[in-house]
Design a protein around this ligand. Structure first.
Ligand code: MN
Length: 256
């Protein structure tokens, strides 16, 4: 292997807020060293240039352009900036909807922003989106079905907590599901994850929002989630790790 060929990914953390850790740059080097294929999601378009520049020479970190639904109340005015940067970004997130009690007040604005994000992605084509859908899975899927045809963009539902029927509906749309350690702690969500199609599974940490042992989880800790998924699905750990890397490769390969 030459230096110009990145090592084959060992693990996948396809939703992590690298820029919210105090050691953002070191964390990128850690992902490269550990061969953790990581999607660095962002929460505001203003964060894009710095994230993009820091990951420019990384072999395993890709950056997503985001406008987090929990920030829409204060950041809706950054939508034009999102649209301006979008042509530079293949990955989009974190975007979506949050109908939880703290954010329900901004739900109308969130839907406005999300519809615009989907329309812009559909227009440009070949984007890969990681979506937030807290208490709003049905609404998110409705927007997707109306606004982003499967041949115009691919979708990962991050921290999915919908029903089995919603999971089927999402699978029919071609959605992937990124699974984190918190999801596997809940018996209800374990049962849901046990029924998801194997060829749509990915892993994530959602760090630093998820903590393990009282500390923000780091991307390489996704190894434990792979092990837990393997147990849950009755697969050998190595096979589960390979499956997730293979799923990611299918997801990111452009359709020609
Ligand atoms: Mn997140």
């Amino acid at each position: 292997m030459t230096l110009s060929q990145p090592a084959r990914p060992r693990l996948v953390d396809f939703h992590c807020h690298l820029d919210l850790y105090p050691d953002h740059a070191a964390l990128i080097r850690e992902c490269d060293r550990e061969a953790v294929e990581t999607l660095a999601v962002t929460t505001t378009p203003k964060a894009w240039p710095r994230n993009r520049d820091l990951a420019k020479t990384s072999t395993h970190v890709r950056v997503a352009l985001g406008l987090h639904p929990q920030l829409v109340a204060e950041r809706e005015a950054e939508l034009p900036l999102f649209e301006r940067y979008l042509s530079e970004a293949r990955y989009v997130g974190e975007v979506g909807l949050d109908a939880g009690p703290r954010f329900y007040r901004s739900f109308e604005a969130q839907e406005r922003v999300f519809a615009r994000v989907l329309a812009a992605c559909a227009e440009q084509g070949d984007k890969i989106l990681t979506l937030h859908s807290v208490r709003a899975v049905g609404k998110v899927l409705g927007h997707l079905e109306r606004g982003l045809p499967p041949d115009r963009g691919r979708v990962i539902l991050h921290w999915f907590t919908g029903t089995a029927a919603e999971a089927r509906r999402a699978s029919e749309r071609g959605c992937y599901f990124s699974i984190n350690s918190e999801m596997l702690r809940s018996p209800k969500h374990r049962q849901l994850v046990a029924g998801l199609p194997l060829d749509r599974l990915l892993t994530e940490t959602d760090g630093p929002f998820v903590e393990v042992g009282g500390r923000p989880v780091r991307p390489s800790a996704v190894a434990q989630t792979v092990a837990d998924l393997a147990t849950l699905r009755g697969e050998p750990v190595d096979a589960m790790a390979s499956l997730i890397v293979a799923n990611l490769r299918v997801l990111v390969t452009p359709v020609t």
